[in-house]
Design a protein around this ligand. Sequence first.
Ligand code: HEM
Length: 220
Amino acid sequence: MKKEYIYKRFERFWHWSQASLIMFLSLTGFEVHDSIHVFGFEKAVMYHRIAAYLLLALIVFAIFWHFTTGEWKQYIPSFKNLKAQIRYYTVGIFNKEGHPTRKTALQKLNPLQVLTYLSFKIVLIPLVVITGVLYMLHKQVDANSMVIIGKIPLDVIAIGHTFGAFMLITFLIVHVYMTTTGRTLTSNIKAMITGYEELEDVDEPETDKKVKKEKDSIAA
Ligand code: HEM
C-alpha cells in the first residue's frame, strides 16, 4: 500500500461545506414545508435564505475551481468498466471480491461515480437551485411594482423545489452508504478529511508518475 494525495484543500473545504449547507437547507426547508418544527417558521425562512446565498456563492467558487484546475475532466463519462462496477456493488461486494477499478489522483472516480456525480452537478443541484431562486424572486416586485416572475405558478415551483429536495436527501443517504464501501469502512471519509488515502501500490506508467509529480508540486 502507499499513501496518495487525492483530495486537494479547496476540494475538501467545498465538499464538507456543501454537505453541511445541504443538510441545514433540508432542515430549514422542511420546516418551511411544515414537516418539522425546530426554529419556528419565521426563523426557518430567514436561515434557509442565508444558507441558500452561501450555497450559491460556494457553487460559483466550485465552478471556477473545476475549470481552472482541469478537475472537470474527472467527470467525463465513460462506459468502460461500468458493467463491472455495477456488478461489484450488487454482487461482488457481498462476496468480498476486490474493486474492479483502481483509484488514483488522476482518476479518483469509478465509472459509476462519474455518472452519479455528473448527474448531481448538472441535473439535481441546478433543479434545486433554479427552483429555489425562482421561489425567492416570485414574490419580489420591481420598480414599477410588477411581480418579476409571476407567470410560473408558485405551486409548480414549490413542487419542483420540494421534489429536488427529496432527491438530494436520497442522494445523501446513498452517498453516505457508498462511502463505507472503500478499503475499510472509514477510509473514504478519512481521505476526504485529510486529503490522503492508502491505495494499492501498483506500478504506474512513467507518464502517470510524471503528471502526478507535477500535480503534487502544484498542490503543495
Ligand atoms: C440555492 C439554493 C436554494 C434556494 C435559493 C432556496 C430557496 C428557497 C425558498 C425561497 C423557499 C421558500 C421559503 C422562503 O420564502 O424562503 C424554499 C423552500 C424550501 N426549500 Fe429551498 N432553496 C435552496 C436550496 C434548498 C435545498 C438544498 C433544500 C433541501 C435539500 C431545500 C429545501 C426546501 C424545502 C423542502 C422548502 C419548502 C418547500 C415548500 O413547502 O413549498 N432548499 N427554498
